[in-house]
Design a binder for this molecule. Structure first.
Ligand code: BGC
Length: 384
């Protein structure tokens, strides 16, 4: 009897420990998947960066044809208001101080009184080389926006670019859709002015070097080469997140961002695939110039989009079926003008694919890709 009790006690202690362990592991998993999206990636890539630096592996090397910086012109150099602004002025000093202290939007407005309503600015002493729309997708990061605008404005002015900020805010309860927000921002910005270059900018990325020129080029650009949160490395060679720039022509040619990525992750990888399939390639500044700091945030992040790996396998098939050419959203999007930026608020919903015949977009089969809306009867289509 005593032996039996002992055995039972042993078993139950073991089971008890097993239950605790199981509980711990599963809550950790749930936390990483839902409450801290991007964290798993971050830990993974930071770990990788440690290992590679311990093994003495050189920086991630990307062959780019980033133009030769050439000679920087004297600080007081001007060419006359009808001549193109130089791309490289000595007033662009290189490394910049990054100040991440919280600041109110009113204080930022007061510091930049030369910015016109809606966030527009253009140089008066020369003709800007690029008319740049800066698109910033946004949801619940109030404290980051003034920090970014305060930091970017003097840099862009030194670079003598014409620019305006568009903050594209997702309302409603659907998961965040960074790709579709950029497509909406693109369409709304083009109604405003005939921009020739578009910068797709995360609200928490602060450039550390003002020689990172925010104009466009022959090829799409990835402005980030070294990110503090990845130990100033790239997480992987084909990483295309954070801050990118395409001419309006290039963006239209690749059919913009995909609309099908609901939640955190994957849309930037899909954009990279789109560049590859369109044969465009891309450029990136050297690590020293393409350095960024990311502003920490205290919100529960957006949910991870776990279907991204599956969608990414069909980037090619989806490229010209979904993107800019099938974009639908509540029209008119709510556009309002603040002193420092144009705000575009929009409630996003999945867009049914009308002319798609592939199995992956539904059709007659039950199989379909995540993020793709299937409707059996086209009459059921209702776009809010
Ligand atoms: C995601 C990307 C993200 C990258 C770096 C990838 O797994 O799909 O969207 O930019 O990780 O965090």
């Amino acid at each position: 009897m005593v032996n039996l009790c002992r055995t039972l006690l042993k078993v139950s202690i073991r089971s008890f420990l097993a239950v605790i362990l199981f509980f711990f592991l599963s809550t950790t998993c749930i936390y990483f998947v839902y409450a801290a999206p991007g964290k798993v990636n971050e830990y993974f890539y930071v770990g990788k960066a440690y290992v590679t630096s311990m093994l003495g592996d050189p920086d991630v090397s990307i062959s780019t044809d980033y133009p030769d910086p050439g000679t920087y012109l004297p600080v007081n150099f001007t060419q006359g208001e009808n001549l193109p602004c130089p791309e490289r002025l000595l007033s662009m000093k290189g490394p910049m101080e990054v100040n991440m202290s919280e600041i109110s939007m009113e204080a930022v407005v007061a510091k930049h009184l030369d910015i016109q309503l809606g966030g527009h600015w253009k140089p008066q002493d020369c003709k800007p080389r690029w008319k740049v729309a800066i698109l910033i997708p946004f949801r619940k990061r109030q404290e980051q926006l003034p920090i970014l605008l305060d930091h970017l404005t003097p840099m862009l002015q030194r670079q003598r670019l014409q620019f305006a900020y568009y903050v594209i805010e997702q309302t409603g309860s659907q998961p965040f859709n960074r790709g579709m927000l950029f497509n909406v921002g693109f369409q709304e910005a083009m109604k405003d002015l005939n921009w020739d270059c578009v910068i797709f900018h995360d609200v928490d990325h602060l450039p550390e070097n003002d020689r990172n020129y925010y104009g466009c080029g022959q090829m799409p650009r990835h402005f980030v080469h070294a990110l503090d949160k990845y130990k100033y490395k790239l997480p992987y060679d084909k990483f295309f997140g954070g801050v990118t720039g395409l001419t309006t022509e290039q963006y239209r040619e690749i059919n913009g961002f995909p609309n099908a990525y609901w939640g955190w992750g994957g849309e930037d990888d899909d954009l990279m695939n789109r560049l590859i399939y369109a044969g465009l390639g891309f450029t990136r500044p050297e690590a020293e110039i393409g350095r960024y700091t990311s502003i920490p945030h205290h919100h529960v992040g957006e949910k991870q989009f776990l279907g991204r790996w599956q969608l990414l396998r069909y980037s090619k098939e989806r490229q010209y079926v979904e993107g800019l050419n099938n974009l639908h959203y509540s029209r008119p999007a709510n556009v309002s003008y603040s002193k420092l930026y144009t705000n575009v608020s929009v409630d996003l919903h999945p867009i049914p694919l009308l002319n798609c015949r592939g199995w992956w977009c539904g059709g007659n089969t039950m199989k379909k890709l995540p993020g793709i809306l299937t409707l059996k009867n086209p009459k059921d289509i209702h776009i809010p």
